[in-house]
Design a protein around this ligand. Structure first.
Ligand SMILES: [Zn+2]
Length: 459
């Protein structure tokens, strides 16, 4: 009976997808929903490739999956993935359904799935990944994710015992996931910019998770990321199996070393340390899958990964940059603020982090602002900050609390009223911070800003 249910689900799902495609719809979710409705253990029964890689974590999942898929495809492998779909169980069910024949057998040798960390219990026990890469675990939306340790518990409960884990050794929240599993650690050696004390508002690893003693950081990169040990029980950052060093954001290069002695030189995909972590995670995975450094490095240098997350254009005499950050995610936005604040030269900012969602239910909508380091924007070379959108008053108030002088701040409810507020004569670069919900309006504002900048240059 359950066999019949599975084949009925497979067939109906495939037909639903074909029908939706005929109607010009993006059929990456609904066919999976239908299949799971007909056959609740569809994910268990559907044919899977020999190698199933899942990438999960709070930040960097999409970039990491894009890199892994591009690399595998660059080296001539056909990859089943959910890049254009959703990362919950129905999205993965749709991908696996498309990747298998009517017999239920998979047509692929390898699958790479971005997996929502909260959905792990509905996915991992069924698809039994051979490898799971965890990018990091940070605080995210409080309503959806509670706390990073809560997510770590979900993953530990859901990960099958035979899965090989590829973990960030510099992140004490995520490297402790599923302690009984075989594991490979990656990390980044000490950088000149590392500190000892935490400069961020969020610092979620103050005490030892084993004995509650004080953790001593030898160096700290940001938030709880860094190298530490507990003086009471000896709990410490694990040794790296794959480590990145000699990171040079000027030359955009880094060197990756294997514990076993191998070494490779790599190009960085951009100048953020966050993406250096995503890159080393990908390299560690490829090494585990048996790819030599030379092959990974050569394939990586041919990849253009930036896409819609970061866009930089020269318009007249200035640079106009669109900087995406996941809204309501304080560490991700803090990293973006830190990154932009560290760029050379004078800067003007437009901040449109709307992501209002459902106003009545989403009571946390602004609590992320008080976990996020707006203080990083209070710098002399940031000459003007314009806030806009439905949350304009909250943003304005938070900027004032961060010490940003009132005379530098401007606010407008309507995002499209902002381009005329910049000082184009100053010839400073303009950065536009936006989330997913505010992407479209941010892009429209960008186009007008670009036009004004070109007009100013032509005078
Ligand atoms: Zn301890």
């Amino acid at each position: 009976m359950s066999e019949i249910r599975f084949y009925a689900a497979l067939l109906t799902g495939k037909l639903a997808r074909a029908g939706m495609r005929l109607l010009g719809r993006n059929a990456t979710y609904l066919p999976g929903v239908i299949a799971l409705k007909i056959c609740p253990d569809f994910l268990l029964r559907v044919g899977k490739p020999k190698t199933v890689v899942s990438v999960t974590g709070t930040n960097g999942k999409t970039t990491t999956v894009n890199l892994v898929c591009d690399l595998l495809e660059q080296t001539g492998r056909r990859v089943l993935h959910n890049r254009f779909g959703t990362n919950v169980n129905a999205g993965i069910a749709t991908s696996l359904m498309l990747g298998c024949r009517l017999s239920g057998r998979s047509k692929y040798d390898i699958a790479v799935f971005e997996t929502d960390e909260r959905s792990a219990k509905r996915i991992y026990p069924f698809i039994q990944p051979t490898h799971i890469v965890i990018t990091n675990l940070f605080r995210d939306s409080v309503m959806r994710n509670a706390h990073s340790e809560f997510i770590s518990g979900i993953l530990t409960d859901a990960i099958p015992p035979q899965t090989l884990l590829i973990l960030n050794a510099d992140d004490p929240v995520s490297f402790r996931v599923a302690p009984g599993n075989r594991r490979i650690y990656y990390g980044i050696e000490k950088l000149a910019t590392d500190t000892i004390e935490c400069v961020n508002l969020l610092n979620d690893m103050r005490i030892c998770p084993i004995c509650n003693g004080a953790l001593k950081y030898e160096y700290r990169r940001y938030h709880h990321i860094g190298k530490f040990h507990c003086e009471d029980c000896g709990f410490h950052t694990p040794e790296y199996d794959y480590s990145a060093a000699k990171i040079d954001f000027g030359a955009m290069t880094m060197r990756v070393s294997d514990k076993s002695g191998g070494q490779g030189n790599y190009n960085l995909i951009n100048d953020s340390i966050f993406n250096a972590y995503n890159t080393i995670a990908v390299i560690a995975l490829m090494r585990v899958l048996g790819m030599p450094h030379e092959e990974i490095s050569a394939a990586m240098s041919r990849i253009d990964i930036m896409g819609s997350r970061y866009r930089m254009d020269r318009e007249g005499d200035i640079r106009v940059v669109m900087q995406f950050s996941k809204a309501i995610n304080a560490p991700a936005i803090t990293r973006a603020f830190d990154h932009v604040a560290g760029q050379p030269g004078l800067k003007q900012l437009l901040v449109i982090m709307n992501d209002l969602g459902d106003e009545k239910e989403w009571s946390e909508n602004i609590c992320w602002m008080y976990d996020c380091d707006f203080e990083f924007l209070n710098k002399p070379d940031i000459t003007r900050i314009i806030v806009a959108g439905p949350r304009v008053k909250d943003l304005y108030f938070r900027m004032l609390l961060a010490g940003v002088p009132e005379e530098k701040l401007l606010c407008r409810q309507n995002e499209l009223d902002t381009p005329e507020l910049f000082d184009y004569k100053e010839k400073s670069d303009i950065y536009i911070f936006h989330g997913l919900d505010s992407y479209e309006v941010a892009r429209q504002a960008r186009d007008v800003i670009a036009k004004y900048a070109r007009e100013e240059a032509g005078k």
